[in-house]
Every structure is written in structure tokens, then in C-alpha cells.
Design a protein around this ligand. Structure first.
Ligand code: PLP
Length: 498
């Protein structure tokens, strides 16, 4: 199977090239030429299999230029109990009859990004051997919190790679900062940037396109690569858990094969919900994909009106990983919904870059409405949803999952739809302990992060996961802070010192 650029159908590459390169040269994203289809037998044969074996079956259909041994190496390295606190890799919790929480945060950083970032280094390693033989890979990441830590854990001590992460000095939670500055490993580098997330991201983009720097790297036999969610190597692992959860629910007798389910996803960059769309297109029976946003509700408006307009107020919310006004992966969905109309995609995303706005055709609007339901809620509604789930079902959820739960509750009330439903839970509640403790009625005034967490444990009878607890005593290794202009030097000094 080959991969095409969303902005130029003439550009086709192998999966190894798509993964090693990350993004197509003219700015398009790589998408599979055609989606592999799963028959009833295919899906039934996944029942009773481990997560690793399910992942293996699904990757084989996408990474056709990888050998079975290479796929095994990737899957076995990533999805082991060395990295995850459960053999199942993701867990299913029953909230109420017919409503399931798919917990995607049992990995080393307690957020769903581990599901992809644990395997990406392996995929990248194998891909690099095929297409850029012998070069060292230098990963650069700009993070608003979760991605940076998950990438650091994924790439730490992986041979042939190094990683530098930039985060906005005042733009991440205390826990997120501790997680990153105490990072272990011999090939990792973390630096704060005096600015916001956009400054970090623009700084990284500037490094990627700095030809002088590129030449210096060439001399050191190093090439830059990216771990952000437009890389096919990050998206494809996310398809696995949506297929896997369906097989698990059939296996447990909660659903019968063929029964449709709803999938609710708290959405930012549109990566996670796009993976659910791919699972549906591959043959998982889905009724609605429910796209849940916080106050940055650009996607809600888009799905409901067909107009994407990023010219609006940017809110800083208690679900910060969804504080995004440009959802990059939407480009892939629109490519599929226009049946691969590369000219149209190039035009719309050109408009987005220029005016911050575009409008899709009536045909695409109709398809969006068929496949998706979209809703949003603000911080207060998120907190009351967390409280309600805890009071009624003794289930403690994080703020992002709270948004999804709130939007789903509103959907159900509005439509009366009783279809069994899977809610993607994207972070452990202790990752956002302050907001979660406030949601369940706690007073956090004047308290530090760890005191709040102790109180949250006492109040709810739950415990903080071990990887977060460990950050309390780990020494801080990275204290550097630069302005945007200083970022290239940080990268170069680090690479030279290795
Ligand atoms: C990244 C993230 C999201 C948003 O996922 P997208 O794939 O960007 O839509 C939601 N919740 C958490 C906790 C995240 O870290």
C-alpha cells in the first residue's frame, strides 16, 4: 500500500517514507491510498487475542513495506508491561449500562499520547533504515504539555535517535513541567521558552526550515524529524485501539458482532477522532462519531455549519490539550470526504493559511452531518460533569474526558439515542489534579500540586499512578530557558555534545 499527499495526488510514497518524512514537501499530509477492509471473520479473529497481536494484524495491512518480523519488533517493544501498567494496554471501565470508558492512559506518562508515542520510535527506526540509511534522527518537539513528555518517554535511550523538547515557560501545568524537567535518559534534552505555545511551535518550524542548520547537521550525519500528530506513524497506532475495543466488547458479550456503537472523542488536533473514522471506514460498525470540544469550539461550528473559522478568541481552559484553533488532521478527513480532490484541499488549506477561514461544499457538509455529531462545553460544565460521574458512578475522570462525557450526555438528551457508546478517556485524572479536585468540591486555594493530590486521594479513595508519584522525588535535570531566537543554539549545542 502506498500513501498520497492530500495536496498533490501525483506524490505517492511507501509507508516507511511517509513515516520518516512526516509531512509531504508541498505541505500536504500523507494518507493511505485505499483503506484496508476488515471482514466479520477478520474482526472475530481478533477476539481472544492480546493487544499486541491485534496491533500486529492491523499494522500488517498498513505497513506493507515492513516485514512481519519488523512489525513484531515494533509492536513487542512498545506494548509491553515494561511501559504500560496493564497487559491489556488500554482498559474498559463500565460507567452505566451500555456506556463504556476506554481508558487510553495506562502508559508511562498517563495520557493517551503514549498509545502512539511508545511505538513511533520503533516505526521511525525501521523506516529510517529503509529510506535514510545510516543517519541519526534528531527529533524536535514543541509541546503544550502532554506530547512533549510522551515523546521523551518514547524516544529515551532509543538507539540512533535523540530528542529535544521545547515548552512554554508559563504555559504548562506544574505536574507537566515536573514530568518533563525530571526526564531520564541519555539522549534527551528539555528547554523552556519565554513565550507561549505558538512561539515554541514557530521556533521549531523555523529550525526545520533553516538550511544553514540543515547543512551543519548533514556534516554530523544527522537528520531532523518530527513526532507531532501529522505523522502517519502517530496516527496509525490510534486506529488499533478503536478496532480493539470493538473486538473486546464482542468478546465480553457486551455487544453482538454487527451491532453499531457510538464513539465519543475529546478533540483538539483531530488526530484521535480521525483514527476512529478510519476504524469505521475499515469496517467497525459505528453509528455516530461524537466530536467533543471545549470553549475553543472551532470544530463544533465547522461540523455544524461547514465553515471553518479560526478568527476567534483563544480560551485557556482546564482541558489544555484541546486548546487548539487549527486542527491539522482535519485535512485528512476532508481529503477522504472529497474522494481525494487534491486541488480542492490545496485551495481550502491555502485559504486557511491566508484568511484563517474556508467553507466546504454542500456535499461535504452532508457527509459530515451523517458521520459526526459535534458539541462543546465550557469549564464549569466540564467540572459539573466530572462531579456528576463521580457522585453517581464513583468514577473519577480527567478534564478532557469530562468534556467528552458532558457532550455525550447532551447528545443523548437531545436525540434519545440509546446506542451503546464508547467514550475515549484521554488522561488520568491526576494529571490535572487541581481542576479535578475543584470539580469534586475541593478547595485548592494556596495549596501546592502534591498537597492537592493527597487531598484528592483522600477525598475520592483513588490513588495517583506511580509514574506521576515518582516525579516528586526525581531530581530536576533541565532548568534551561531561552527566548525564541535562542532555540537553534540549544539544539545545535545539544547535538554537538553527544
Ligand atoms: C492531545 C490530547 C487530546 C486531543 O487529541 P487530538 O488527537 O489532538 O484531537 C485530548 N486529551 C488529551 C489528554 C490529550 O493529551
Amino acid at each position: 500500500m502506498n500513501y498520497r499527499s492530500t495536496r498533490d495526488n501525483k506524490i505517492t510514497v511507501t509507508s516507511a517514507k511517509a513515516i520518516a518524512q512526516g509531512i509531504s514537501e508541498e505541505g500536504g499530509l500523507f494518507v493511505p491510498e485505499n483503506l484496508p477492509k476488515l471482514t466479520k471473520d477478520d474482526i472475530m479473529s481478533l477476539c481472544g487475542k492480546s493487544y499486541k497481536d491485534r496491533a500486529f494484524e492491523i499494522f500488517r495491512r498498513y505497513l506493507t513495506d515492513f516485514t512481519d518480523e519488523e512489525i513484531r519488533y515494533c509492536v513487542d517493544g512498545a506494548y509491553s508491561t515494561k511501559n504500560f501498567d496493564t497487559d491489556n494496554i488500554s482498559e474498559i471501565s463500565h460507567l452505566m449500562t451500555g456506556t463504556y470508558i476506554l481508558e487510553l492512559w495506562h502508559g508511562p506518562t498517563c495520557a493517551f499520547k503514549d498509545m502512539a508515542l511508545q511505538i513511533l520510535p520503533y516505526l521511525l527506526n525501521v523506516s529510517a533504515k529503509k529510506v535514510i540509511d545510516g543517519k541519526q534522527i534528531a527529533i524536535l518537539v514543541a509541546t503544550s504539555g502532554d506530547t512533549g513528555k510522551a515523546a521523551l518517554e518514547g524516544f529515551k535511550d532509543v538507539k540512533g535517535t535523540s530528542i529535544t523538547v521545547f515548552y512554554p515557560e508559563d504555559g504548562v501545568s506544574d505536574m507537566q513541567k515536573r514530568q518533563m524537567t525530571t526526564q531520564e535518559g541519555n539522549n534527551v534534552n528539555v528547554c523552556a521558552v519565554k513565550g507561549n505555545f505558538d512561539d515554541c511551535q514557530n521556533g521549531v518550524k523555523a529550525i526545520f526550515t533553516d538550511n544553514e542548520l540543515k547543512k551543519q547537521l548533514d556534516d554530523m550525519n544527522i537528520t531532523f524529524s518530527s513526532a507531532n500528530s501529522i505523522n502517519w506513524g502517530r496516527l496509525s497506532p490510534q486506529i488499533v485501539y478503536y478496532i480493539s475495543v470493538y473486538a473486546s466488547l464482542v468478546e465480553s458479550g457486551d455487544i453482538e458482532y454487527g451491532e453499531k456503537i457510538n464513539i465519543v472523542v475529546p478533540t483538539g488536533n483531530f488526530g484521535n477522532i480521525l483514527a476512529a473514522y478510519y476504524a469505521k471506514e475499515m469496517g467497525i460498525p459505528v453509528n455516530k462519531l461524537i466530536c467533543a470540544s471545549n470553549s475553543n469550539n472551532v470544530l463544533t461550528d465547522f461540523i455544524n455549519t461547514g465553515v471553518y473559522d479560526r478568527n476567534r478568541h483563544f480560551y485557556t481552559t482546564i482541558s489544555p490539550s484541546m486548546d487548539i484553533l487549527i486542527s491539522s488532521n482535519l485535512e485528512r478527513l476532508l481529503y477522504h470526504l472529497t474522494n481525494g480532490d487534491d486541488k480542492q484541499i490545496a485551495e481550502w488549506f491555502g485559504k486557511l493559511a491566508k484568511d484563517g477561514k474556508y467553507e466546504v461544499t454542500d456535499a461535504v457538509k452532508a457527509k459530515l452531518g451523517e458521520i459526526f455529531y459535534a458539541g462543546w462545553c465550557d469549564d464549569d460544565a466540564t467540572k459539573s460533569a466530572i462531579k456528576q460521574a463521580f457522585d453517581e458512578y464513583s468514577y473519577l475522570m480527567d478534564t478532557h474526558t469530562g468534556v467528552a462525557y458532558k457532550v455525550y450526555s447532551a447528545y443523548k438528551a437531545a436525540t434519545g439515542d440509546n446506542t451503546k457508546t464508547v467514550i475515549a478517556s484521554t488522561a488520568n485524572p491526576y494529571k490535572f489534579g487541581k481542576a479535578v479536585y475543584e470539580a469534586v468540591g475541593g478547595d485548592t486555594a494556596g495549596l501546592d500540586e502534591f498537597t492537592i493530590i493527597e487531598k484528592l486521594e483522600q477525598h475520592t479513595g483513588t490513588t495517583m499512578p506511580a509514574p506521576l508519584a515518582a516525579t516528586r522525588t526525581k531530581p530536576v535535570r533541565f532548568t534551561g530557558s531561552v527566548d525564541k531566537a535562542g532555540m537553534p543554539k540549544v539544539v545545535l549545542d545539544f547535538l554537538k555534545s553527544r
